[in-house]
Ligand binder design. Structure first.
Ligand SMILES: [Zn+2]
Ligand SMILES: [Zn+2]
Length: 167
């Protein structure tokens, strides 16, 4: 969605509300498509005392394999979008400031970037997910297995040596 920022920048107190659905279903993160349902974007852009702010909430269902056990897991997430829009930048470093290149502003681009940067770094099916056995591949949330770690090959060689000495 494009929003016209000119009236907002030109009029103190001006406000524009938006509430729409953004389709991110073609975003591919390492071979899965986590945004099967449209993302709801609800917020406003407003001029408060000459400062133009953009605030929104994004609400969506995120669906991806669990980082530990790879089981497909769906979660409802909400990521805030909060920026000050400026038409020129001094040399200050501030991630919150967004330099607007055109007053016909591409909101989707900014929202998409904020969502991708705001995704949780860990996606687990549950906080205490036990993962999979590294030897037999069984999902340890379902059942335990009888695997034990194979002996360190150096220790195995030592054990062999010791048992040879016994003979
Ligand atoms: Zn898991
Ligand atoms: Zn196992």
């Amino acid at each position: 969605m494009f929003i016209e920022l000119e009236p907002i920048f030109n009029n103190i107190g001006e406000k524009l509300d938006f509430d729409y659905e953004l389709d991110l279903s073609d975003i591919d993160l390492y071979t899965y498509y986590p945004f099967a349902q449209p993302v709801r974007v609800k917020g406003s852009v407003f001029n408060k005392a000459g400062v133009v702010q953009l605030r929104a909430d994004t609400i969506f269902t995120y669906s991806a394999p669990c980082d530990r056990c790879a089981r497909h897991t769906t979660k409802d997430l909400s990521i805030p979008v909060d920026h000050v829009l400026v038409t020129s930048l001094n040399d200050e470093e501030n991630d919150e400031l967004i330099l607007v290149e055109s007053l016909r502003f591409n909101l989707d681009e900014l929202v998409t970037e904020d969502i991708l940067l705001g995704l949780p770094t860990r996606h687990l099916c549950k906080e205490d997910c036990k993962g999979v056995c590294q030897y037999c591949g069984k999902n340890l949330n379902d059942d335990s297995c009888n695997c034990s770690a194979p002996l360190d090959p150096r220790l195995a060689a030592l054990q062999q040596l010791l048992s040879n000495n016994d003979e």
